[in-house]
Design a binder for this molecule. Structure first.
Ligand code: BDR
Ligand code: CA
Length: 312
C-alpha cells in the first residue's frame, strides 16, 4: 500500500486526481491538504471538503497556505480554466463540514513523523505547504518516502509564461526549497502531462456510469472547453499523471538531475535542470539534492490506467 498525503488546489484536474487516489486499491489516502492556486485557499478547501463528502472519502482535509512564500501575486485566479468556484462553475454548496484544526503543513509533519519512511507526498499545486513543513521540521526530509509533484516545464514552454508552469510560477521560492531538500523528488511536468488528453466524448460516457462519475463529468466540462480552445483533443489531466507515476512508475521515463527554480525577472518559475549525466563547471546547482523529472510517458497506457481505476 502507498500511504499518501495529497496536497492540492481543487481545481478540476485535481478532482480527477483525488478520485483516482481514493479509488485505487493500493493507495491509503492519509490526508488531503489544500493550498491557494486554482482559486483562493478558502475555496480550494471548501471544494476538497465537498468532494470528500460527495465521494465518501474518509481522509481529513487540512487548510494550507493562502499565498506564496516569496514574491508573487494571488489576485488573478484562473477562473477561465477552473471556473469562479474552482470546480467548473457547478455551484458548490457553502458549508460542507469542517477541516482538521491543524494547518496543512503541521498535519503533514505529524503524519510523516507518525509513519517514518512510509509516506509519499503527492503535491499537485503550489509547493508552499511542503516548503513550510520543511522550514518548521527539516528532519522530515529524511522521513518522507518520496515526493511526487505535478509541476515544471523542463524542455518545453510553460503554460503561464513561456518560461514557467503554473504550480511552480505561483510560488517559485517554495518550489526551489522543495527541489533542493534531501528527500527524493520526482517532478511530473508539462513535458509529459500535456500529452495526456481525455476527450469530451469519453468524459460524457464516463459520467453515465455512476453518480460519482456524473459529478466528475459535470465539473470537468468547462475545463474541457478551455483545453479545446488551445487546440487539445480534450482535457489535459495534469494532476492525475502524478498519481499514476506513483502507482505505475514504469509508464514514465525519468532523468536524474539537480533542479533549481528561477525567481525574479522574466524567467520566474522556470525549472532548470542540471542532468546527472552531464558535467558542468561549479555552479549554483551543486548544493541542491539530486532529484528526477519525467521526460517521457506512455499517454495511452496512463489514460487506460486512469479509466480502469475510476470505473472499477
Ligand atoms: C497545474 O496548474 C493547475 O491549474 C492544475 O491544477 C495543475 O496542477 C498545471 O499547470
Ligand atoms: Ca492542481
Amino acid at each position: 500500500m502507498h500511504k499518501v498525503i495529497f496536497d492540492t488546489d481543487p481545481g478540476v484536474d485535481d478532482a480527477l486526481a483525488l478520485y483516482y487516489l481514493h479509488r485505487h486499491p493500493e493507495v491509503d489516502l492519509l490526508a488531503i491538504t489544500t493550498v491557494f492556486g486554482n482559486a483562493p485557499v478558502s475555496l480550494t478547501t471548501r471544494n476538497a471538503l465537498f468532494l470528500k463528502q460527495e465521494w465518501h472519502i474518509p481522509a481529513p482535509v487540512a487548510k494550507g497556505a493562502a499565498g506564496p512564500l516569496g514574491r508573487g501575486g494571488t489576485e488573478h485566479w484562473p477562473v477561465h480554466i477552473h471556473g469562479h468556484d474552482g470546480l467548473g462553475n457547478i455551484g458548490v454548496p457553502e458549508a460542507v463540514g469542517a477541516p482538521d484544526p491543524r494547518p496543512a503543513h503541521r498535519l503533514i509533519i505529524d503524519l510523516v513523523r507518525a509513519h517514518p519512511g512510509e509516506v509519499t507526498l503527492v503535491a499537485v499545486a503550489r509547493m508552499t505547504n511542503l516548503a513550510l513543513a520543511l522550514r518548521e521540521a527539516p528532519e522530515i526530509a529524511g522521513l518522507v518516502k518520496q515526493v511526487i509533484l505535478m509541476g515544471g516545464a523542463f524542455a518545453v514552454p510553460g503554460n503561464v509564461t513561456p518560461a514557467a508552469e503554473a504550480n511552480i510560477f505561483g510560488d517559485a521560492q517554495a518550489a526551489d526549497e522543495v527541489f533542493g531538500a534531501p528527500w527524493p523528488v520526482l517532478a511530473i511536468g508539462l513535458d509529459v502531462t500535456r500529452r495526456v488528453e481525455m476527450t469530451r466524448a469519453e468524459i460524457e460516457a464516463l459520467g453515465a456510469e455512476s453518480p460519482d462519475l456524473a459529478l466528475l463529468r459535470d465539473l470537468s466540462l468547462d475545463y474541457v472547453g478551455f483545453y479545446e480552445t488551445l487546440g487539445h483533443r480534450g482535457m489535459v489531466v495534469h494532476d492525475c499523471c502524478a498519481c499514476v507515476a506513483l502507482t505505475d512508475p514504469g509508464l514514465f521515463a525519468t532523468r536524474a538531475a539537480r533542479v533549481r527554480v528561477l525567481s525574479g525577472g522574466i524567467g520566474t518559475g522556470m525549472t532548470v535542470a542540471a542532468p546527472q549525466d552531464m558535467t558542468f563547471p561549479p555552479s549554483d546547482w551543486d548544493n541542491a539534492a539530486l532529484q528526477s523529472y519525467a521526460e517521457g510517458i506512455d499517454p495511452e497506457a496512463v489514460l487506460d490506467r486512469i479509466r480502469r481505476v475510476i470505473t472499477a
